[in-house]
Ligand binder design. Structure first.
Ligand SMILES: [Zn+2]
Length: 133
């Protein structure tokens, strides 16, 4: 019998998911899948009987993890795309946040202006952030 997926848990590390399978022996097996972008990195080293890359259970499991991952990206995951510029700290200390419409915004002065190289800068105070849409 195929291992039965009983639980998917998002770990604290972004893009990491802990899966629990119930085996027909009555045992539970755990497996961590790491998402790189939309592509899962499926471990083979700690795999178990019935966990064969390309099999129905693996394909279905990967689809479930990908769906969960994408749902989490859509809810607050965007904040991870707002990053400090080299040597800067405005994002880290909360000077620059994403507005409700997803625009990089200075908390004191409003929306940042796009500069070169994906960097956004506040015309008033110079607060800066990198933002990848
Ligand atoms: Zn500002």
């Amino acid at each position: 019998m195929d291992p039965l997926l009983s639980k998917i848990e998002a770990l604290a590390e972004p893009g990491c998911y802990l899966l629990t399978f119930a085996l027909d022996t009555g045992e539970d097996r755990e497996l961590v899948i790491r998402m790189r972008g939309d592509e899962p990195i499926v471990p083979a080293a700690n795999s178990f009987e019935g966990w064969t890359p390309g099999s129905r259970v693996v394909t279905a499991t990967v689809a479930a993890v990908r769906a969960l991952h994408q749902a989490r990206q859509g809810s607050g995951g965007a904040i991870q795309r707002l990053l400090d510029v080299e040597g800067g700290w405005d994002v880290g200390i909360g000077n620059v946040v994403l507005s409700a419409d997803g625009a990089p915004t200075c908390v004191g002065h409003g929306e940042l202006t796009a500069a070169e190289g994906g960097v956004f800068r506040c015309g008033e105070c110079g607060a800066a952030a990198r933002y990848a849409r």
